[in-house]
Design a protein around this ligand. Structure first.
Ligand code: ATP
Length: 830
């Protein structure tokens, strides 16, 4: 890649620069202006001020529990950088971990920034500064996840003659690994060796039987090579097991292919930025950065840490990190809590400057006393978790909101259907009725949504998985999960959920219709010899779903969808058919067509994709599948006009086959992720269903947490989600790579894999329990609450030593027979 931004262009970078260019206002004036600004006037408290005041020329570490204003402080510190340190917004980078949280930061920045600048303009400041504030554009602060920032930085920094960088999603990475990474040949030739090596990392601990399964198991391992900065040479050295050597070879073939084709997977994207920073070829977007602020630092991986340090050093930037060790959730993406715990030392060693901190925040402004007491107790339930937490221990978080008079609610029922009906009753009463009242009068004021503006969007349902169907097991048809029953129960009362990730694309009625129409348009059965997909070498699963889609489309066509602007669906389809079969008709004017044009051409007759929020998310996923295939598919996801329609080697025909193989087959095989994050906000009139991971950093008035609707028995298959008996596959990958990961390996394996797997579950539910503002409700299956239950579950207070806190806290039996159920006093069972 060409060198556009040599350091020489920025002579200032070599010498130490003073910070900022003289204040617009002093720090004390800044605080006074904040106090006078309506939107943020109540902020900050005294501990938050300490964090805000910290000298920007010294790296700063802020550590605090949930809801204590970590993000708030970071946003205020950005505003301080503008007003007190006189940085321009584009000189400030602020990152966080999820797209949703990044969006939240951006909207707080804009709301507070605009109000604050307006207020500041009324203060006695210089005319030049008043001008500056009148025109300053807070939108120009570089905000996002590190991935999105990398993408933007590298993408926008290309020369006109350079090919665009394509970032691969995991499905595309997996396909390339199979086809171009040499995994296909290696798997065939070394199936026994590779199978034995990979089996501990598969879902069922069996060796992968198909190439796709092998690829999906391998991707997280080779991703780690980059994220953990593994010494791949020594991993695959001659004295290592044969499987290591084979994997090293596959990895290097795969990486070479990506490089030669200008493709990047997500870890490769971050690595590319690191390499550029190291070479001091700083992308334009970041070249002028003077302040780097990182939220959710506890989820940083080794590669990301290296990027932050390199950027701060290269740009001589101020550096502020905030985090909470108890809220680290992304181990599976390489997050290494130990990097956060050891930040002070690591920063000193790397940047040669001892950071200020850790600075603590202790007041929780989010939740009621009851909720804070509940999650504080939860995180201290298991003594074995203590050593996993930051040292010295951070102060316990304290509620600032007073009692909410709503205890922690718990709804446990014998089965999912009953629970779904009862929860729907509850939600309806809170948001659509006159409020929920406990029949026994134990809820003093009942519970009711905000009368003026309250709606279902004020509640969220959180679960470790939001799938509405269980994965098929041993060929049994998939069983409905709780969220499926909840969707139906709510629909029967005219209420809707927003859970686009709950269902597989291939199963959604409207998607089936659309994909069936697509197939009938580009691969019609009246081709001599029949449709192409039915005789192609694709999996039976793919053919099964394609047949189903075609049947769904036929049924839809029988409903005679009305013309749109005078044009019929049949006309649109027949134009594509003419083009694909014979290269004739209106579409023949072009030599080729992007496959997306077929999809978007059919959408007007399926308005679900335009008006329904879930439909919009699905359409984005379909478009993404087509877009990603352009990175590896023979005809780059384009339909080519046939020249010689009868020939099997005709490019028109081959282009259709490529689309079937590379776009439609992955959809049929259910390997395309649905990205709910494309929605800027969840519709207010729907119940938001989210994974706990997605909810990190967010808050809602009412949070309903699924603590075990799946766990009706002590089934071994679900133990890893509630009470692991062996290390998770992620912990095992960490153990596998530790000896080849200088610095990080030893740090990470100080606690064994099983301990780390328990930690992950505790942190997961800690994050869930700390999201609500007013009310927290736990839902699950009541069998797990039996006094004699053996359905051990960390979320229900089980400790790793197999003692059960909920049972210990329940009133002891008076007679000889124990009570049927445990009933810890801090829960109100409804
Ligand atoms: N000093 C304050 N006074 C009043 N409200 C505040 C104050 N500081 C923060 N808040 C409010 O408290 C809530 C939680 O703040 P914030 O999201 O910044 O916490 P956090 O520590 O980042 O949370 P998490 O750990 O869950 O990411 C927000 O609604 C915020 O506006």
């Amino acid at each position: 890649m060409q060198n556009h931004r040599m350091c020489d262009a920025f002579p200032l970078m070599r010498e130490r620069r003073s910070f900022g260019s003289g204040p617009i206002v002093t720090y004390e004036e800044f605080l006074r202006i904040v106090a006078r600004t309506g939107a943020i006037g109540r902020l900050p408290n005294s501990e938050q001020r300490v964090c805000l005041e910290a000298d920007p020329t010294i790296p700063t570490m802020i550590v605090a529990g949930p809801g204590s204003g970590k993000t708030t402080v970071l946003v205020l510190r950005v505003l301080r950088h503008i007003l007190v340190d006189h940085l321009r917004p584009e000189q400030i980078l602020i990152t966080t971990f999820t797209v949703k949280a990044a969006r939240e930061i951006r909207s707080r920045l804009i709301e507070w920034g605009e109000a604050l600048f307006e207020q500041a303009r009324t203060e006695p400041i210089s005319q030049a500064d008043r001008e500056f504030l009148a025109h300053v554009d807070i939108n120009r602060v570089v905000t996002g996840t590190l991935d999105s920032v990398c993408q933007e930085a590298l993408g926008s920094d290309r020369h006109a003659d350079e090919p665009p960088l394509v970032t691969l999603e995991s499905f595309a990475a997996s396909v390339i690994l199979q086809r171009r990474g040499g995994l296909g040949a290696s798997f065939r030739n070394n199936q026994a060796v590779l199978g034995a090596f990979l089996s501990p990392f598969t879902l069922d601990d069996d060796p992968p039987t198909t190439l796709a399964e092998a690829a999906n198991t391998l991707v997280p391992i080779i991703d780690r090579f980059i994220q953990d900065r593994v010494d791949v040479e020594s991993f695959g050295a001659a004295d290592q097991p044969e499987a290591h050597r084979i994997i090293r070879e596959i990895d290097s073939t795969y990486r070479r292919y990506l490089r030669e084709n200008n493709l990047l997977d997500f870890s490769g994207l971050e690595e590319a930025l690191l390499e550029r920073l190291r070479a001091r070829l700083i992308p334009i977007l970041l070249a002028d950065v003077r302040a780097v602020l990182v939220d959710e630092y506890q989820d940083t991986n080794a590669l990301q840490e290296a990027i932050y340090f390199e950027l701060v050093e290269a740009c001589q930037a101020s550096f502020t990190v905030v985090g909470d060790d108890d809220q680290s959730l992304y181990r599976f993406r390489g997050a290494t809590i130990e990097l956060f715990r050891a930040f002070i030392d690591r920063c000193r060693n790397r940047l040669g400057r001892a950071p200020a901190g850790p600075l603590y925040l202790i007041e929780n402004y989010r939740s009621t006393d009851e909720i804070v007491a509940f999650f504080n107790a939860f995180v201290r339930t298991d003594p074995n978790f203590g050593p996993a937490r930051i040292q010295p221990p951070k102060p316990v978080i304290r509620s600032n909101n007073g009692q909410g008079q709503v205890p922690i609610l718990a709804m446990f029922r014998p089965d999912s259907q009953t629970l779904a009906n009862d929860l729907t009753d509850f939600i309806e009463a809170v948001f659509r009725g006159s409020g929920y009242r406990d029949p026994q009068g134990r809820l003093i004021n009942g519970l009711r949504g905000n009368r003026e503006a309250g709606d279902l969007g004020d509640a969220v349902f959180l679960a470790s998985s939001v799938l509405e169907m269980q994965k098929p097991y041993f060929g049994n048809p998939p069983k409905a999960r709780f969220t499926h029953h909840l969707r139906n129960a709510m629909a029967s009362r005219d209420m809707q959920m927003f859970n686009p990730r709950g269902r597989s694309l291939r199963d959604i009625e409207h998607v089936e219709q659309l994909l069936g129409l697509v197939l009938l348009s580009v691969d019609p059965p009246d081709r001599p010899g029949g449709s192409l997909y039915s005789s192609m070498a694709i999996t039976n699963v793919a053919k099964f779903f394609m047949n189903r889609w075609v049947a769904a489309a036929r049924q839809f066509l029988q409903t005679n969808p009305p013309p749109v602007y005078g044009r019929t669906l049949a006309q649109e389809m027949s134009e594509w058919r003419d083009y694909c079969l014979r290269g004739t008709g209106d579409k023949a004017s072009s030599r080729d067509w992007p496959f997306l044009d077929v999809i978007y051409g059919l959408i007007p007759w399926l308005d679900y994709f335009e008006i329904d929020p879930e439909g919009q998310v699905y359409l984005e996923a379909l478009s993404r599948a087509a877009g990603q295939a352009a990175g590896f598919s023979a005809h780059r996801s384009r339909l080519v006009r046939p020249q010689n329609p009868g020939s099997p080697n005709d490019h028109g025909r081959l282009s259709i086959e490529a689309i079937i193989r590379d776009v439609l087959t992955p959809l049929a095989e259910n390997v395309i992720d649905i990205d709910e994050e494309i929605m800027p906000s969840v519709p207010r009139d729907r119940l938001n269903v989210m994974t706990i991971h997605q909810a990190k950093g967010l808050e809602f008035p009412l949070v309903i947490v699924d603590v075990g609707t799946d766990f009706t028995t002590n089934h071994p298959k679900n133990r890893f989600r509630r009470f692991p008996e062996q290390p998770s596959s992620t912990a095992m990958i960490e153990d596998l790579l530790a000896p080849f990961t200088p610095d990080l390996g030893a740090l990470r394996t100080q606690r064994n894999g099983l301990d780390r797997s328990f930690e992950d579950l505790i942190r997961l539910y800690y994050v869930a329990f700390s999201r609500p503002q007013s009310a927290l409700m736990l839902v699950g299956c009541d069998k797990a609450l039996r006094w004699t239950s053996n359905i051990k579950n960390v979320a229900l207070g089980w400790r790793q030593d197999e003692r059960w806190a909920w049972l210990d806290q329940s009133p002891r039996p008076t007679g000889r027979r124990p009570p049927a159920m445990v009933s810890p006093p801090n829960l109100l069972f409804v």
